[in-house]
Every structure is written in C-alpha cells, then in structure tokens.
Design a protein around this ligand. Structure first.
Ligand SMILES: C[S@@+](CC[C@H](N)C(=O)[O-])C[C@H]1O[C@@H](n2cnc3c(N)ncnc32)[C@H](O)[C@@H]1O
Length: 219
C-alpha cells in the first residue's frame, strides 16, 4: 500500500484541500483508536444505547446484502460496514483516503470478499454503474464536498442499485459549530440529503437524536 506522503498523487486530491478532520485520519494514532471510538460514538452522540450490533442489524434488514452483489464502502475507516457486507457474502471494495485507516481495516477485517483501495470517493475514477450497493458511514460529514461525493455515488450505482447512509445531522449545537469551524465538518439537515440525491428515491429512514440512517434507490 502507498505511503501517506504519496497520498496526493494516488488520490487525486491536494493535501491542502483536505479538511482538518480528513487530515487527522491520516495519522496512525487516529486509525488505531478508531474502532474503539466507533463502538461508543453513536451512543454518545445519540444520547442512548446504540450498539454496532443494532446498527448492523438495521442495515442488514433494510439493504439485504447478498452473495454476488458488488458493494462499495466509502470511507471504510476500521472496516465496520465492509465487514458486515462481507459476512453476508457480498463482494466489497472498501475505500478510504487514509493509508493508516486502510491498514487498520485490513488488519481487523481480513475477509477474502474485501478489497481495499486508496481513493478519493468524490472522484473515484471507477467505472460507471459498477456497483449494486454503496455504504457511507459518516464520511459525508468529513469529506470536503458531500454533494460531489453523492453525485459520484449516483454515477457508480447501476440502475436499481441502493445507497445506505449513516450521518450526523445538524442539531444547531455549539459543539457542531465548533467542529465545523475547527475540523471542517459538515452537518447536513436531513432533508438536505434528499436534495443532494435528486435522481434517487428514499425508501427507508430512521433517526436517533442527531444520528440519521437512510436507504435510497437509484431510479
Ligand atoms: C467518520 S469515518 C467513517 C467511519 C466508517 N465508515 C464507519 O462506519 O465506521 C470517515 C472516514 O472517511 C474517510 N474519508 C474522508 N473523506 C473521504 C473521501 N473523500 N474519500 C474516501 N474516504 C474519505 C476518512 O479518512 C475516514 O476514515
């Protein structure tokens, strides 16, 4: 796998254009601690119990990943959604802009169903209509241009393909204001997601405090 210093060439994104949050994910330290944070973060952020098992069960019930399906997991970090998809038999391309995160994901989720790729999912360079499904767990909050990322997802999905999003929605809190200012994070209104996906229809949604989950299908 490419070293972090070569990130610029490989992912076609200038390091200066990365949000501070994106840059923090390039660090080994962040990658090593990510799974621990992920296991607790949604409960902390939603103010109630919300385990990874429950999130995975909700995802499986709505999206029904199956063998022979091709999925793209965008911003895989420690590989949570990639692992859930692979255990259902789906073929997964798990991508991230952080080599450190990809190393961590490969260490934790070593299924032969998963391939890992260092790429910027706002402009992936992957062939059009090559996926049955795309999962995005909180990466929309971190990427520089979430609308551009969703446009790319639309291009990559085959007609009838599905998109799963988990994201932190705007709650107007001072903490979110600070994270936007310091970290360059985006907290979209829930309705904003539909506006960014004009050629897809939402089939499911669930919200716990400011954590939103949704499924869209490409027309
Ligand atoms: C909040 S974490 C994602 C967590 C993971 N999806 C999960 O559900 O556990 C965001 C990840 O997206 C990656 N990322 C941010 N912008 C990206 C982009 N434009 N393309 C690909 N990955 C990106 C970051 O490096 C980071 O690992």
């Amino acid at each position: 796998m490419t070293q972090a210093r070569h990130l610029e060439e490989r992912v076609n994104i200038s390091k200066a254009a990365l949000t501070p949050a994106q840059r923090s994910n390039l660090l080994d330290f962040t990658a090593r601690g990510y799974a621990l944070w992920r296991a607790r973060s949604l409960a902390l952020l939603s103010g109630g119990p919300l385990s990874l098992e429950r999130e995975a069960a909700y995802f499986r019930a709505r999206c029904r990943p199956a063998p022979s399906q091709q999925w793209l997991d965008i911003g895989t970090s420690a590989g949570f959604y990639a692992g859930v998809l692979a255990s259902a038999g789906a073929e997964v391309l798990a991508c991230d802009i952080s080599p450190a995160m990809l190393r961590e994901a490969a260490r934790r989720e070593g299924s032969p169903n998963i391939r890992y790729a260092l790429l910027n999912a706002e402009a992936s360079g992957l062939p059009s209509q090559s996926f049955d499904g795309v999962s995005i767990g909180a990466t929309l909050n971190e990427t520089a241009d979430p609308e551009r990322m969703l446009g790319e997802v639309h291009r990559l999905l085959r007609p009838g393909g599905q998109l799963w999003i988990m994201a932190l929605a705007r709650d107007g809190s001072a903490l979110q204001g600070l994270l936007t200012w310091l970290g360059g994070l985006t907290f979209p209104d829930e309705a904003q997601l539909d506006t960014w996906l004009p050629q897809m229809r939402r089939t499911d949604g669930w919200r716990r405090a400011n954590v939103v989950f949704g499924r869209w299908v490409k027309n």
